[in-house]
Design a protein around this ligand. Sequence first.
Ligand SMILES: [Zn+2]
Length: 218
Amino acid sequence: MLADGSRSARAAPPTAVAGIWSERETEGDAPWCDQPMTPSTPPNWPHCGHGAAPETDPIGCRGIHVPGHTACLAHLEPGVRGAYFNGLQPGDDVDHRGTTFDEELLRALLAALHDSDIDAPKLGDAEFSEATFSGTARFSGATFSGNTWFSDATFNRTAQFSEATFNGTAGFNRATFSKSAGFRGVSGKLYLTARCRLAAGSRRLPRFPRAGWCWRRP
Ligand SMILES: [Zn+2]
């Protein structure tokens, strides 16, 4: 954490505080808060393209292909999606970059990764960069046993990570929280890189123990 909060300290490397990478910034010292994402640029992964239209939306859905398919998890045929879920085991790696999750879809994914030993979802390496969570994102109690990325993710409603365990890197760079974000009681080997932004209109600042956030006031 930058003790003096000065602008000159911004160029300094992140400071490790009790094993957590902390990059505390202030609103005036966080230009990326106002930098929009660039959805006009295609993602650097094989993407779904659902809904693409040459004139208005040449890229379409940015969700990464589910392995072995040509659509993202949200746009797979229901039967194919069910087969994917059935093939998942607790602790498996998942990569759903750019995918839009409503509450039902996220619940189904986490149910497929449910570990009866801990009575909670267990994920390996988890990639949710640029994912959008249109409903409440309930990751409470989940174990992330690999590296976890929510870079540029958008949480349109509450994000719940309370009591989650992160055993690798947990990155929330440039994530947008529209409502509250709960990180109470998280544990594990955590290296958090959290330069986040709060959507305009939101009044609650997400907080993470001993790590910094940036925000934009309503
Ligand atoms: Zn899609």
